[in-house]
Structure formats: C-alpha cells, structure tokens
Design a protein around this ligand. Structure first.
Ligand code: MN
Length: 498
C-alpha cells in the first residue's frame, strides 16, 4: 500500500538536567542504538525515528505538539532512560493526540556485577523512571500500551510491531471515507448504527450514494477497458465453461467487468477506501457486484454487505494493519453450522463477497443464479481458505457506545466436496468451542457479519481497541461463561462512567 510509505513512529527518550553533560551524551547515544536495533527488526513494519532526548517541560511540550500535528507521525514510543520528573510531561501529554507506547526497557540487559557503580546507577534508571512516567499516564487517564523487556528480545519487538500495526489502523480511521451504495437491508438491526457517533469515536466518515452513480460511471467505460479486464479474469482464475469464449453466459462476464471498472472509478474519484451495497438497492445494475467486490477487497478496499458500513470500515482498517503479513483478511458472515458428534463447526461465507486474499488455491470464476434481489446471475469467485489460525471481529453499536467482539478460530480443511455450493467459504472451529463461543458472542450482541483475518494476531486488535477507547470482548481458549459475564458487567461500568 503506497499510501503508507511515508508513515513513521517517533521515539522519545525522557531524562532531565540533573546528571551532567557526559551522562546526557551517553543517554543520547544509547537511545540511538535502541532505535537502530528496533529498526533492524522485521517484526516492526514502520521506521522508528529517533528524536533528541527530552530534558525539560518545554522540550516535552514541543515534541508532543509536533508529533500530533505531523501527518506522517502515527504514534510515539516513550522510554525514560533515567528519572524524568513526570510533572514535566503533564502539559505535553495533554496535547498528544497520537497513540502512545510506553517501552519499559533498559540499555543493558544484565547487571555488570563486577563493575557496577553509582555512575551506572545514575545512567540506567528506567526501573524507577518509567514507574514515574506510568504513574502520570494513569493519573491523566492516557490510553497506552506498556511493553516490558530488553529491546533486543524478539517478544519485545513483536509486541512493538503489533502496536505499530494498530497505530496504522488508527491512523487510517482518521481519514477513511466509507461509501454506501443504497441504504441498509430493510429491517436489519445490527448493520445499523450512529454514523455521526462513529466519526466522533473513530474518525471515519460514512456517506450514501446510489447504484445509479455506478451506472453513470460505467457509461465512461471503453470497450477496450472491459475486454482487458476480462482477459485478466481469464488469466487469474479458472473460468467455468459457460463463461469461456463461446459459452452461454459469456456476456455475464463482460457485464461483471463493466461493473468492476465503473465501481472502482467511482470509489477512486471520491477517495473512498471502503464501501457497502445491498441487493435491495441495485437500481439499473444488471448484477449484484460479486467478482468486482471480491477483487476490490483483494486490492485493500473495505467492504460490508447489506449496507453494513461498520464492517466495511473495519475490513479496510484490518487490511491496512496487516500490510506485509502473510494471510488474508475478508468480510465474512457466520452462515451455517455443522453440529458433529465430536465437534461443532461453522461454515462462514456470504452471498458472493468473500475476499480472494483468503483463497488457498487459484479461485474458480463462476456464474450462478442468486435467489434474492431479482437481478441477473452474478459472477463470483469460488474457493476455500487455507487451514490455520484466524479471528473473527465484529463491531456493534450498543446505542450509547460501540463494542468490539473477537473470537479466535481455527480454519479447517473442507474434507468433502461441495459441488453445489457456489460461494467462497471457510470452515472453522471456534475457541474454546462453538457452544461457549456462540453463547458469549450472542450475550455480547455480536453481529453475524465480521471481519475474518488469517493475518493479524489478537494483540493487534487489543491495541486498536485501546487506541479507540472502545470495549473489546475476547472469546478465546480461556473463555468461560461466568467470567465472561462478569467481565461484561465490569466493562459496562468502566465504559459508561469514564
Ligand atoms: Mn450478509
């Protein structure tokens, strides 16, 4: 994603003028080494930029203001190399509007037992300096992540990397524009919500357009453009016989390509990186966009079906967060269950719109009737997802606040052929099991629409929830219903009184 290329994380080192010039020079040198070490880590997806060490309230306030106003700074890492009296930080922290990671590390890993003296003790004080810093952050109610450990350790770098990914997602939210073609699927509750409140809470804007806007844009398509896109379909997917040249439904492929071109151009002209549509508001479009939506998602656009703007935004945000990682991210829906003798499983899918970034093999391109919507048969990509860990994430509007709900799952191989199922799908096993997971999910009010990701670890979502100040309920291997209910009750108090 080229729009992410200039984004950076700033590294702030706290100290004070108490220790003399020589010590300050050493602090600066050490901090530069820490930054260089972190920048060598493949776990951290953005460059970390060293900033001159901070010794006074004036310097701190200035750097916090600069970090908050620089569009390329998506977050700051702060480390107190020595004691840095935290009253100096109050005014700056009040002005800091980018995510904060508090790195609790130390330049040396081990104590130099035979040589340690008071100079060493003065230089390496994060053990108490960072506690002073943590205290003022708690007192100021500043949301942040605390990472503890030596900066060369892989788990420390990985925790920082996951936070950087969340910061990328948070940054994306601040500018994301979501386009809705048509409104909500009629009478559906969970896909509704307060768009104004969402913009206040998260930053992304949601505005409505119409299928006729796509149709209008399609009038600018050239025959050559459409032919070239059909050639790309032929190259990238295994075409069903009736879609091949001379096939009985060949025209459907050209209609689908025309929709894709018009849709993409409309989104790009408006700067939209996420969109929704609904089969009830298709106007003059010949088909519900299937392959078009699937391919746009694969390029990084967010999508939500049936007017689901929350999931559309979230799909885009998670795609940005997972940049460079293996594994795909897709719009998803809990479709149907397999209550087996030993295990209960979920078959996840949608009418059409599953992202081919989660395709295990070359997708097949097919055309089949869609029982609803009353339009021509839509072209779609059909595939299975690779086996392995994943997560489902839902964002809901509770009326007075938002809530994230996450379930860790394991995608399984589909052992039996599904010759009559004409949609992309994922078969998964919920943690800790479907019975507990679905109970917890429904008690929490989680939607049937989710973002499914095989790229991001849960930690990234925890960090994103912290940044957005929104409740996150996690359903994982440890989930047990009584504790889950108690957590929800405690969270209600916290999120509704703070
Ligand atoms: Mn749906």
């Amino acid at each position: 994603m080229k729009e992410l290329q200039n984004l950076k994380i700033w590294f702030l080192t706290g100290t004070q003028y108490l220790y003399g010039e020589k010590t300050l020079q050493q602090i600066s040198k050490n901090a530069v080494s820490v930054v260089e070490g972190l920048n060598e880590s493949e776990k951290i997806p953005l460059e970390i930029v060293f900033k001159p060490i901070l010794k006074t309230q004036e310097e701190i306030t200035k750097i916090c203001t600069e970090a908050s106003s620089d569009p390329n700074c998506v977050g700051v890492i702060a480390w107190m190399h020595t004691f840095s009296p935290a009253k100096m930080w109050i005014n700056g922290l009040k002005l800091l509007h980018v995510p904060l990671l508090h790195l609790h590390t130390q330049y040396n890993n081990e104590i130099p037992w035979s040589t340690i003296d008071m100079d060493f003790m003065n230089l390496n004080q994060s053990a108490h300096g960072d506690r002073e810093f943590g205290h003022i952050l708690t007192r100021l109610k500043t949301n942040r992540k605390v990472v503890v450990g030596h900066w060369k350790k892989e788990e420390v770098q990985s925790a920082i990397g996951n936070w950087v990914r969340a910061a990328l997602g948070f940054n994306e939210m601040q500018q994301l524009k979501v386009c809705r073609f048509g409104d909500n699927m009629r009478e559906v509750a969970v896909t509704e919500g307060d768009k104004v409140e969402a913009q206040i809470q998260f930053g992304f804007s949601v505005n409505s357009f119409d299928a006729s806007d796509i149709v209008k844009e399609m009038k600018n398509n050239t025959a050559k453009e459409v032919e070239e896109l059909v050639k790309i379909y032929e190259k990238e997917y295994t075409l069903a016989a009736n879609l091949k040249e001379g096939g009985t439904q060949r025209q459907s492929l050209f209609d689908a390509a025309a929709i894709e071109i018009g849709l993409r151009r409309f989104l790009d002209k408006g700067g939209f990186k996420a969109f929704t549509d609904t089969f009830e508001n298709l106007g003059e479009l010949k088909q519900l966009p299937g392959i078009a939506t699937q391919r746009l998602m694969a390029e990084g656009y967010g999508f939500g079906g049936e007017g689901d703007w929350k999931t559309a935004a979230l799909t885009r945000v998670l795609k940005v967060m997972s940049v460079g990682l293996e594994g795909g991210t897709s719009f998803m829906e809990d479709y149907t269950y397999h209550f087996g003798d030993k295990k209960s499983l979920v078959l996840g899918s949608h009418m059409l719109e599953i992202c081919p970034t989660i395709a295990a093999k070359k997708p097949s391109c097919e055309v089949h009737p869609l029982g609803i919507g009353g339009k021509e048969d839509p072209v779609r990509l059909v595939f299975d997802a690779p086996v392995g860990p994943g997560l489902n994430l839902s964002l809901i509007d509770l009326g007075n606040r938002f809530r994230f709900i996450l379930n860790e799952v394991t995608a399984l191989a589909v052992e039996k052929p599904l010759p009559k199922l004409p949609v992309a799908r994922v078969l998964w096993d919920c943690k800790p099991n479907l019975e507990t997971a679905a109970q917890a999910w429904m008690l929490a009010g989680g939607a049937h629409h989710t973002v499914f990701s095989q790229a991001l670890p849960t930690e990234c979502i925890e960090d994103l929830a912290e940044m957005t100040k929104v409740e996150l309920l996690i359903i994982d291997e440890q989930t047990e219903l009584r504790n889950f209910k108690a957590t929800m009750a405690g969270n209600k108090h916290h999120f509704e009184t703070n």
